[in-house]
Design a protein around this ligand. Structure first.
Ligand SMILES: C=CC1=C(C)c2cc3[nH]c(cc4nc(cc5[nH]c(cc1n2)c(C)c5CCC(=O)O)C(CCC(=O)O)=C4C)c(C)c3C=C
Ligand SMILES: [Fe+2]
Length: 418
């Protein structure tokens, strides 16, 4: 990764005095200026465009690291919420370009940027912001923030699925912020600085770090592996497939809420994987559960990784791809053609106190409508999927992801001013 930020003067050089003669206050003031981005900047490499028709972090190449946070809004003041969205937009734009947050600041005030990304590559940082149903309606069903009439029909309360062990404190939230990067420190820095800007307006409800991507979103990327050791993302919707994106991911012009045109819906499920049990199961069992060959990712009916599974091909004891295998249960042919853009991450969160790792998949998918593209699939999965024996769903969330913006606009402007 290249080091491309604030190449003029490094903060360490300034603070040690080695680069500026050592006079405390002058050095400090100069450091504050450099850190605030007031010196000439070279355009950073390793960046992903922040502005565009759609928000970054959806079809843009899946990075290796993620930090996702659900926030609850603590203010009742619509103007303050909009002000925060403006501040976040400015900060995200700066961080995505590899610059520190803020515009300088005073030496006698806390630095505007927390500093831990200084000197690092922007690492293809993307920050994606969305809104939960609870931003629109309070617990009594009363509109919040003057958003009456703005709740999309598709922004439903996700139902309880059989076997769910969902923890409320890890689920939902008024606002979701997904930061992805190829450097964990860059992703954490982004979330930390947005949380800091939100002090007094929002509070963190849940936070999850993912350490390895479990999907590919462009044809150039290799298919990664999940913690079951299987290739994951083989049949994903890719950025190059504009027709599939238009049909299954992007909200079109016919939606009940014009502000969502060009947006999408993010489904989040924290799924703990019973990896100790999995690791004691035979390779035959593992492959029958997934419906694919572990080493190559090819369907059990034959071919190579990207061959279509043949669910009718018979083996000696029934179909070669078992009817209760994950691939058979979730395949579009079983769901009226519905597909999703998966963009999840492996996670580990220490141990559970019983000698087992708390590890799994933080499942993230982007869909045009969860009522048609997620709920029926999750219902089928919880009823019929052999993989269930090894899974426990511990969180759940659905968020409306507004479209992208142009310079001068703020994230969510279509909702608040549309
Ligand atoms: C309801 C949606 C899905 C959940 C939840 C889910 C969890 C989950 N998946 C794996 C591992 C694999 N999934 C694979 C394919 C696949 N999964 C879903 C949906 C959900 N998965 C779909 C729609 C598909 C594609 C089906 C198809 O078109 O063939 C695969 C196979 C490789 C691939 O295509 O990606 C694996 C492996 C885990 C471990 C998991 C929960 C922890
Ligand atoms: Fe899956």
């Amino acid at each position: 990764m290249s080091e491309t930020k604030n190449p003029g003067i490094s903060r360490r050089l300034l603070l040690t005095g080695a680069g500026a003669g050592g006079a405390g206050l002058a050095v400090g003031a100069l450091a504050a200026a450099a850190f605030g981005g007031q010196l000439p900047q070279k355009p950073a490499a390793d960046t992903v465009d922040f502005y565009g028709e759609h928000q970054a972090g959806i079809t843009t190449e899946a990075q290796d690291r993620m930090h996702i946070v659900g926030f609850d809004v603590t203010t009742k003041d619509r103007g303050r919420l909009i002000e925060l969205l403006r501040d976040w937009t400015a900060a995200i734009e700066q961080m995505a370009a590899g610059r520190p947050v803020g515009g300088g600041g005073s030496y006698d005030a806390p630095p505007e940027d927390t500093g831990e990304a200084e000197g690092l590559s922007p690492a293809h940082l993307t920050v994606t912001v969305g809104f939960g149903r609870s931003l629109f309606l309070d617990e009594h069903g009363k509109p919040r923030f003057g958003l009456e009439g703005k709740l999309p029909e598709a922004l439903i309360e996700l139902p309880h699925f059989s076997g769910d062990m969902v923890e409320e404190a890890r689920s939902g939230g008024d606002i979701v912020v997904q930061a992805c990067a190829n450097d964990p420190q860059v992703a954490v820095h982004a979330i930390r600085n947005l949380s800091r800007l939100g002090f007094g307006t929002v509070r963190v409800r849940f936070s999850q770090i993912g350490f390895g991507r479990t999907a590919k979103t462009t044809s150039a990327q290799q298919t990664p592996r999940n913690l079951f050791g299987f290739k994951d993302g083989t049949a994903n919707i890719l950025a190059e497939d504009a027709d599939a994106l238009a049909e299954h991911v992007w909200v079109g012009a016919g939606s009940d809420q014009p502000w969502m045109e060009g947006g999408t819906y993010l489904v989040a499920r924290r799924i703990r994987m019973q990896i100790e049990t999995w690791d004691r199961s035979s390779l035959r069992e593992q492959e029958n559960v997934v419906g694919r060959i572990k080493s190559t990712g090819a369907p059990l009916s034959g071919g190579e990784e990207f061959s279509e599974p043949d669910f009718a091909m018979a083996g000696s004891a029934g179909p070669l791809v078992p009817v209760d295998s994950h691939v058979a249960v979730l395949h579009p042919s079983a769901h009226g053609g519905a597909r999703m853009l998966r963009r999840g991450f492996n996670y580990t969160d220490g141990s559970d106190g019983l000698g087992r790792l708390d590890a799994g998949l933080f499942f993230i998918a982007f869909v045009v409508d969860a009522r048609t593209h997620f709920v029926p699939l999750q219902q089928a999965m919880s009823a019929n999927d052999a993989m269930n024996e090894y899974l426990r769903h511990t969180s759940s969330g659905l968020y409306a992801i507004p479209p992208g913006i142009q310079p001068g606009q703020y994230l969510g402007q279509q909702l608040f001013e549309g």
